[in-house]
Design a protein around this ligand. Sequence first.
Ligand code: 5GP
Ligand code: ZN
Length: 113
Amino acid sequence: MEDCIFCQIVAGDIPSRTVYEDEHAFAFLDVNPLAPGHTLVIPKSHHETLGELPDEGSAALAAAVHEVAPAVEAAMDADATTVACNNGEAAGQEVPHVHYHVVPRYEGDGYGP
Ligand code: 5GP
Ligand code: ZN
């Protein structure tokens, strides 16, 4: 999908700060973070929503989130992470390439979905 921002990030055509990469998934810092270390985890292939991901893509994305969430928590010296997916436009999804947000959380930080 050449007009998809996240596909262009995966291709390296738009610069990003890489957090994690494997064969099927890619993670990078959000350009407009809710907190320092806010990371987005995406499949390398273009699918708009979770329901459109094939089974193997879904498993690979879950495995990447499983790696990235504790790594972000440790790197940011956080107490926890919020892991969230706005799955569809009506849920607030602005970029139509499925992604999980991983947001570092701290005791008493007072925000979150
Ligand atoms: P959504 O609202 O679709 O769940 O979240 C999209 C996220 O993508 C937002 O948090 C936004 O800041 C982030 N984002 C949008 N465009 C870019 C970009 O070009 N680079 C990066 N690193 N993040 C982006
Ligand atoms: Zn895409």
